[in-house]
Design a protein around this ligand. Structure first.
Ligand code: GRG
Length: 299
């Protein structure tokens, strides 16, 4: 018996397939020189991934009345930064993995030097997109969007979090240290996705603050669930190597607090995310649903 698709599933599927088309259009064509690099950029970005960050951007755009034509560009920029981070993270000098999104990682499919360039070029393209498309009526607001993504990706955001992660291998971290690492490594880009989506429309300072609180809770919840799934789910379900964190001696929420407590913590963060949206009301419905998806997902 076919189970009926919920309204949220239909919305999510719509955003995911829209983003596939948008990314395919915005990435350089595989036939354009240097073809190997362009082909590898497309390989690393297209046909895979849950597109959680674009989902957050589109849901946040509903809070500010943003036009989908603007949000899709901001979402593509964030997704390109995310794709770049995965390519570099998988390289032998970092996590050294061979499977991502159910296919060989970029350095396995191509070679290490090409994978390095894929990450570099995706990052540049993300900022090119944010600067060459009109995304906000107020130019200062658009400049702030560029700054938000730049600082989220940089040494005081994702790259800094990755550095902490590399240094933490084999060492137990306290819960505050673990949180500090993840707020930077994964949380910063998730926060940027929410803020950039909202910034494509009109957003009051008060609502922005609610969104910021929501993003903090959801960003951490995403990581806690990622740790639970790494422990609990199979490689086939995840499309990436399962059980890798414990094998590499990485501190995780499961190793720090135990599996049932980590699951409970994810639930608490989901409640915090919902609470942060209360001040916004009905326009935040999709954001609440995305928080549920992030916490309840099985892959
Ligand atoms: C290399 C500068 C640099 C940073 C890498 C984000 C990151 C930092 C590494 C990714 C490693 C990792 C598995 C982190 C855990 C959380 C995470 C980002 C998982 C992958 O994100 P998903 O689940 O992936 O959204 P999909 O494939 O669905 O897009």
């Amino acid at each position: 018996m076919k189970i009926a698709e919920t309204d949220f599933q239909a919305w999510m599927g719509g955003v995911q397939s829209r983003m596939e088309g948008v990314l395919a259009r915005l990435l350089p064509a595989a036939g354009i020189a240097p073809a190997r690099l362009h082909e590898a950029m497309r390989y690393a970005t297209l046909e895979g991934g849950k597109r959680v960050r674009p989902l957050l951007a589109f849901a946040a755009g509903e809070v500010s009345g943003a036009s989908p034509e603007r949000v899709e560009i901001a979402a593509a920029a964030v997704e390109m930064i995310h794709a770049y981070s995965l390519v570099h993270d998988d390289m032998p000098c970092m996590d050294d993995d061979v499977l991502r999104r159910g296919k060989p990682t970029a350095h396995v499919q191509y070679d290490e030097a090409t994978a390095l360039l894929v990450g570099d070029a995706l990052q540049s393209l993300a900022f090119q997109l944010l600067s060459e498309h009109r995304l906000a009526d107020d130019p200062q607001q658009q400049l702030d969007m560029v700054k938000t993504l730049a600082s989220a990706a940089g040494s005081r955001g994702m790259a800094g979090g990755q550095q902490i992660d590399l240094q933490a291998t084999g060492k137990p971290l306290t819960l505050p240290e673990l949180e500090f690492m993840h707020v930077h490594k994964t949380g910063a880009i998730i926060r940027a996705a929410v803020l950039l989506g909202a910034s494509c429309g009109e957003i009051s300072a008060e609502r922005k603050q609610h969104l910021d609180q929501y993003a903090k809770a959801v960003g951490l919840a995403f990581q806690v669930v990622d740790d639970v799934l790494d422990y609990d789910a199979s490689t086939a379900t995840l499309g990436k190597t399962a059980g890798k964190d414990s094998k590499q001696g990485k501190p995780t929420y499961v190793s720090a607090m135990g599996l049932p407590q980590a699951r409970q913590f994810a639930e608490e963060l989901r409640a915090q995310a919902h609470a942060a949206l209360r001040g916004i009301g009905a326009p935040a419905r999709r954001l609440a649903e995305v928080a549920d998806f992030i916490v309840l997902r099985k892959f």
